[in-house]
Design a protein. Structure first.
Length: 220
């Protein structure tokens, strides 16, 4: 069995215009959430093989934890009413629900000591993620946020490494953290902690991946 000790999901986009991937998924949701779910599910057995009690394998989601949102199950592609804010709230909320639900499932199966999943908001960071933002958001980030609040990438990277390696985070699976200002733990929205919401997103994600794979195969 292949072994994988650490898995970090940090790739992301903030795309102001609505774009649907070849698999038929709105691109913000596909990149910032659904691909993370799919890859984690595929690699979970390798993470479980690498982890052991007291030294778990770890998964880190770089996102915006604690951000209130909603998943539009009937129109996850936001065809009826697309906006950057709606897309933003949807994929960040989905990451919270996913982290909490995976932690719950691992605990129920007795494998919670083998794999820890955590979520980190890196805070304002000088990266190229603003390239496809709406113009108003791009201008705000470049001329108001970056000059006064943003850090270089090595600052959140150091915090990410701490979450991956430090013993103090053993047993903290499903926890959400923020580096906006001081490093701190943040509460999840109440709805994100609901097992029914977690189960619904999990089943929806599995079905959407099966559908996406089928659509991609039919156009190959």
């Amino acid at each position: 069995m292949p072994r994988l000790q650490y898995l970090v999901h940090s790739a992301g986009i903030v795309r102001g215009r609505r774009v649907v991937t070849d698999e038929g998924v709105e691109s913000n949701f596909a990149t910032n959430y659904l691909s993370r779910f799919a890859l984690t599910e595929r690699l979970l057995s390798s993470l479980q093989a690498a982890g052991r009690p007291g030294e778990s394998a770890r998964i880190l989601l770089v996102a915006h934890p604690g951000f209130s949102g909603a998943i539009h199950y009937d129109d996850v592609n936001l065809t009826a009413n697309y906006s950057m804010i709606r897309a933003f709230r949807q994929f960040h909320y989905a990451n919270d629900v996913f982290a909490i639900e995976l932690a719950r499932r691992l605990q129920v199966t007795g494998e919670g000591s083998l794999v820890t999943i955590l979520c980190l908001h890196p805070g304002p960071t000088k990266t190229g993620i603003d390239r496809e933002m709406p113009m108003w958001m791009k201008l705000m980030v470049r001329f108001a946020v970056h000059p006064f609040f943003s850090r270089k990438p090595d600052v959140p990277a150091a915090t990410a490494i701490k979450l991956l390696l430090a013993r103090e985070f053993e047993g903290e699976s499903g926890a959400l953290f923020s580096l906006v200002g001081r490093f701190r733990r943040v509460p999840a929205p109440k709805s994100a902690r609901d097992p029914d919401e977690g189960g619904r997103l999990w089943a929806f994600s599995e079905a959407r991946i099966r559908s996406a794979v089928g659509e991609a195969g039919s156009t190959a």
